[in-house]
Design a protein around this ligand. Structure first.
Ligand SMILES: NC(=O)c1ccc[n+]([C@@H]2O[C@H](COP(=O)([O-])OP(=O)(O)OC[C@H]3O[C@@H](n4cnc5c(N)ncnc54)[C@H](O)[C@@H]3O)[C@@H](O)[C@H]2O)c1
Length: 331
């Protein structure tokens, strides 16, 4: 726990695409002070360090050795997450690590052991848990207004050319769209409707010239027998207004990009709620939550077991693609 009378001293590792949104969010959270940005490539890192008035370094050891730092935010490509998180935790600092948490279950399990030993907070960044419409949808699930939830769906499909990005290199990414957008999908399902018991996954026709799947479909069943499906693609638009749909015996909740709605089966009417996907708001909320957890004000809504489970479900899904069969997530 960190003394709440002083700011939390944070470092950022990896200053590429997603780091820019985190940086904007950090600047809005007064009790978090960005001290240093680390990146192997100085171009973006030095610019951001000047903009956000902090130091820049190319050397990751500076983060681990700096006794003044309380926490590190990891925004590097997936294959580097394990080493970063391991060294940060061993150095006695808290960590918020972008998804996918790790590229193998073995690594995630090793981190769980380390974090238990150190007592430091290890959180996977999972922005959808901090989107207000998703939070509202969870309240509907818990209040019972949707009745018994039977079916659920998640859709993350849009065209992104990955041919020149690390995402297309399995040695860096750990896989294709399934581990990339699938990590978000699996966590939002677990958040809304509970643990996933079994999976059946398929890789779609590959339309980009890359070494990983660019489209995937994941069928799942939860521990409470809710069934559902996740569609993921970097190569097509599945043009729908919503990205999460929950179907219950008394109603439907649809969480959308620009607004969300709830359909009451009894009244045969629907009501709009929320204001859609507000990325920066979600990142600010996530950083506030991380700070609250570090200062001992609340328990993480996304613990180490949630991070571990998201890796376990994705790993089971890849095995399912290879073996072409349904698999239990915990065999
Ligand atoms: N939450 C989200 O919505 C979201 C969106 C995109 C990406 N991500 C995740 O964030 C992470 C970064 O993705 P990105 O799209 O920002 O990638 P990116 O390629 O835009 O940025 C990665 C940065 O890390 C740096 N880097 C690479 N190896 C490094 C190392 N060993 N040490 C220090 N710096 C290193 C690169 O130079 C680059 O600046 C990935 O895990 C990705 O899955 C999350």
């Amino acid at each position: 726990m960190t003394d709440s009378s002083r700011p939390i001293r944070l470092a950022l590792a990896g200053c590429g695409g997603i780091a820019q949104t985190h940086l904007e969010a950090i600047a809005r959270v007064g009790r978090v002070k960005l001290e240093v940005i680390q990146d192997i490539n100085p171009t973006a890192g030095e610019q951001a360090a000047a903009k956000y008035a902090c130091r820049f370094t190319k050397n990751p050891d500076e983060l681990f050795k700096d006794r003044n730092l309380d926490a590190v935010l990891v925004c590097t490509p997936p294959a580097t997450h394990f080493e970063f998180v391991k060294k940060i935790v061993e150095a006695g600092k808290h960590v918020l690590c972008e998804k996918p948490f790790t590229t193998s279950l073995k690594d995630a399990e090793a981190i769980k052991k380390l974090s238990a030993k150190s007592g430091k907070l290890v959180m996977m960044a999972s922005k959808f848990r901090f989107v207000s419409d998703v939070i509202e949808a969870k309240k509907f699930v818990e209040s019972g207004v949707l009745g018994d939830i039977v079916l659920s769906e998640v859709i993350f499909c849009s065209v992104v050319n990955m041919e020149r990005r690390w995402n297309a290199d399995p040695g860096i990414s750990g896989g294709g769209v399934l581990i990339d957008n699938g990590s978000h999908a699996v966590d939002v399902i677990r958040y809304l409707v509970g643990p996933i018991k079994s999976v059946y996954a398929q890789a779609g026709k590959r339309t980009q010239n890359i070494a990983v799947e660019d489209t995937a479909r994941l069928h799942f069943e939860t521990e409470t027998n809710i069934i559902g499906m996740v569609d993921l693609s970097w190569s097509l638009y599945k043009h729908t207004a919503n990205y999460v749909n929950l179907f219950g015996t008394r109603g439907t909740a649809e969480v959308g990009w620009s607004q969300s709605s709830i359909w009451d089966a009894g009244e045969k009417s629907s009501r709009v709620f929320g204001n859609g996907y507000k990325k920066l708001d979600a990142f600010v909320r996530q950083m506030e939550h991380f700070a609250d957890c570090i200062q001992g004000k609340t328990a993480p809504i996304l613990g180490i077991d949630d991070a571990l489970e998201s890796v376990r479900v994705i790993e089971a899904a890849y095995t399912s693609i290879r073996e072409k069969k349904w698999l239990k997530v915990h065999p």
